[in-house]
Ligand binder design. Structure first.
Ligand code: MG
Length: 452
């Protein structure tokens, strides 16, 4: 499968990120614009999330793109999936200035291909080569590109989502939105209102200082959301990360819904209507596969990273497979009839549809899901490869999968051991439907680690 990971120097799993003024500078972003513009001629859409550095860096990427001969359309502040949707329908490419869920001091760039997906590894390596060798096709005065502004275009995105479900499906439903002062402030309240919901909001003023909570929706940060859900008697609360490709939920009691449960609930809804293939990384809970199989569907696993999920979904569809859904166990869900990227606004919309169809409170729907026990730990090591190879050797009697890191299945338990992309450690996940099996398997693995 083409979803194999290639080594990139600058770009991580989700674009380039860094601390503004330190490793994320207008200089760097200008060269990204020049490189991307040299590779893709045509009309390029540019967007940004709500970070204080967004305008400065958006201007840098636009300068590079125009100098390389591209015409630039500035779509203003909007979620990453909104820009991806606009690119898919109207542009030859896109550049999104965002650091997603990272703290306020970060920013970055995501490059969008004409089909709306993030640039894949092969093309990204070529882009990086251009940046490092400064191989840019800078144009003369007759061929420099121009800029237009189209901040109203975000309405194409919100309207498409509203139209994707039956009219007024959210009637009689009160909901609370927490965009965390990020990009979804301009979209999700509007979408949910458009579905007929009665919408309350918290942290819905655009503010790059993120005064209400950090862009990563954590349990601690969502206390305000949970409180407002309870005091307004709302059916659920939805929160986004800074660029709103992810959505996480609290139920009507303000209880946080673990993201694998969210994924499974949505998979249940989708597969009950149309069973088929669901694509997800090897890090997702077995809960998802259990639900998909209940409806006669199957799961295809990919390396960790939404881009591998999105590209695998496309590839399978091109081969004629019936791909109905995909996503990650972090609130990043992909709806193939809509577009091939994670979409937080669409996820909130599907949650409204789920509640409208079932007539049950969200807490009930979650409690009906099978229970799995997951252990997540980190192991400090200077040599992740050595540790992982040692574990693979120690576990060679079990089923081993090397799609990403090391996935070991032993009876009713499985474990995933992966090196961190940024720190000297490996992440370990162990899961089973039986808590004792998960704990025992985890202890067995730690025994092998101690041998080193
Ligand atoms: Mg994000």
């Amino acid at each position: 499968m083409a979803a194999e990971k290639l080594q990139k120097r600058l770009f991580g799993t989700n674009g380039v990120r860094g601390i503004v003024g330190k490793d994320m500078t207008p200089d760097l972003v200008l060269s990204i614009g020049l490189a991307f513009g040299s590779m893709r001629k045509g009309r390029i859409a540019v967007g940004r999330d709500s970070r204080t550095s967004g305008e400065s860096l958006a201007n840098a990427v636009k300068a590079g793109l125009m100098a390389a001969g591209c015409d630039v359309v500035d779509c203003g502040m909007l979620p990453t999936p909104a820009l991806q949707y606009l690119v898919m329908h109207h542009f030859d490419g896109g550049a999104m200035i965002t650091a997603s869920h990272n703290p306020p001091e970060y920013n970055g760039v995501k490059i969008i291909e004409p089909d709306g997906t993030e640039m894949g590894d092969e093309q990204t390596v070529l882009l990086e080569e251009r940046i490092f060798s400064r191989n840019f096709e800078i144009q003369s005065w007759e061929h420099v590109g121009s800029e237009t502004k189209a901040t109203q275009m975000v309405d194409y995105y919100t309207n498409a989502i509203i139209r994707s479900v039956p009219e007024n499906i959210g009637n009689n439903l009160s909901v609370v939105v927490d965009p965390g002062c990020g990009a979804a402030s301009v979209t999700t309240p509007k979408i949910l209102t458009g579905l007929g919901c009665r919408v309350f909001s918290i942290n819905a003023q655009v503010d790059g200082h993120f005064p209400g909570r950090l862009p990563e929706p954590s349990l601690e940060g969502l206390k305000g959301l949970a409180g407002l859900v309870r005091s307004t008697g709302s059916a659920f609360g939805v929160a986004h990360d800074g660029d709103a490709d992810r959505a996480v939920f609290v139920d009507e009691n303000g209880r946080f819904i673990e993201e694998n449960q969210e994924f499974a609930l949505v998979a249940d809804y989708i597969c009950s209507r149309r069973s088929g293939v669901v694509v997800t990384p090897v890090s997702s809970s077995l809960l998802v596969e259990t639900i998909v199989k209940k409806h006669g569907g199957s799961v295809v696993y990919t390396p960790v990273g939404s881009i591998y999920v999105a590209r695998t979904m496309r590839e399978l569809l091109e081969k004629g497979e019936n791909v109905v859904f995909g996503g990650e166990g972090n609130g990043g869900l992909i709806f193939p009839g809509h577009q091939f990227c994670r979409d937080g606004g669409m996820t909130a919309t599907i949650m409204v549809a789920i509640l409208a169809q079932s007539g049950l409170p969200l807490s009930k729907l979650i409690d009906q899901l099978p229970v799995f026990h997951m252990i997540k730990e980190k192991i400090q090591t200077d040599n992740p490869d050595r540790l992982i190879n040692h574990l693979a050797e120690s576990c060679k009697g079990y089923t081993i999968d090397r799609t990403d890191g090391l996935r070991i299945t032993k009876g009713d338990a499985w474990a995933l051991v992966r090196p961190s992309g940024t720190e000297p450690l490996v992440r370990v996940m162990v899961e089973s439907a039986v808590s004792d099996s998960a704990r025992k398997f985890y202890q067995e693995l730690m025994g092998y680690v101690r041998q080193l």
